[in-house]
Design a protein around this ligand. Structure first.
Ligand code: KIV
Length: 282
């Protein structure tokens, strides 16, 4: 996609058309500076409700509100120019009824300008997904391990391990696709099930802990950068260890402040200046 579309922001349709053409690269982003860094490299930026845990230090995603998602969605839109931006619907903002879900989506779409929303759920959410899509809201589905259902799932564990569970995840995936979702996240699901779903559906699947058989991959950015702490799920690969770099930089800063060697002459205004010094984007 990066080769073909150079001048405009990607849409949900562009993402759907990538099925069978090129692997979809998706990462989470919650802030404008991170969105700016990721934007040249990814197809999709997901403003995931994982921000509750990653940014706000919550134990689960259940405490995330619609206002939080909208604020972070706006920041990510400001920081990006080419990626398709998708905003998660948080727990409690869409499960009650299709009308409630539409009201939440209308706020997300109007107030952020994002390309679409993601919501967790399978067959039980199919009517809602259909209702939203028929009213102009592009929906990315999310099946398999659904973190918003952690209390009924009994913890975070891989899905599709028994025949019954595998059939359930497949049924959910089909229902979401039939309802009109433009793509589907499969989380924490064993390879044969993710492979079968990816082969069966006409829409792209995007895996997180769901094997290379998916049409694309997503991870939490702080996880791949080594910024999210020592414990991470099996499916995370660290592509950098930035926590170490941050520790080193902050230790040096603290030392220099304490030694009074920072700020030096380069960071000091030698005489009165007029006007305001503008912060640059870098
Ligand atoms: O909230 C999130 O970040 C997600 C992805 C990890 C798929 O849903």
């Amino acid at each position: 996609m990066s080769v073909e579309i150079k001048t405009r922001r990607r849409t949900s349709r562009d993402v759907r058309l990538m099925k069978g053409q090129a692997p979809i690269v998706m990462l989470t982003a919650y802030t404008a500076p991170m969105a700016r860094l990721l934007d040249p490299h990814v197809d999709v930026l997901l403003v995931g409700d994982s921000l509750g845990m990653v940014v706000y230090g919550m134990e689960t995603t259940l405490g995330v509100t619609l206002d939080m998602m909208i604020n972070h969605g706006q920041a990510v839109m400001r920081g990006s120019a080419r990626a398709c931006v998708i905003v998660d619907l948080p727990f409690g903002s869409y499960q009650e009824s299709p009308a409630q879900a539409f009201r939440a989506c209308a706020r997300v779409m109007a107030e952020t300008g994002a390309a679409g929303v993601k919501l967790e759920g399978g067959a039980e959410m199919a009517d809602t997904i259909r209702y939203l899509v028929e009213r102009g809201v592009p929906v990315m589905g999310h099946v398999g391990l659904k973190p918003q259902s952690v209390n009924t799932l009994g913890g975070f564990r891989a899905q599709g391990c028994t025949e019954e569970e595998a059939a359930g995840v497949m049924r959910d995936a089909r229902a979401v696709a039939d309802a009109g979702a433009f793509s589907l996240v499969i989380e924490g699901t064993v390879e044969p099930v993710a492979r079968a779903i990816s082969a069966a559906l006409p829409i792209p699947t995007i895996g997180i802990g769901a094997s290379p058989a998916c049409d694309g991959q997503v991870l939490v950015t702080e996880d791949i950068l080594g910024l999210a702490g020592e414990i991470s799920p099996k499916f995370v690969k660290r592509f950098a260890h930035l926590a170490g770099a941050v520790d080193e930089a902050v230790r040096t800063y603290a030392e220099e402040v304490r030694a009074r060697t920072f700020p030096g002459p380069e960071q000091t205004y030698p005489q009165p200046v007029t006007g305001i010094t503008k912060r640059t984007g870098s």
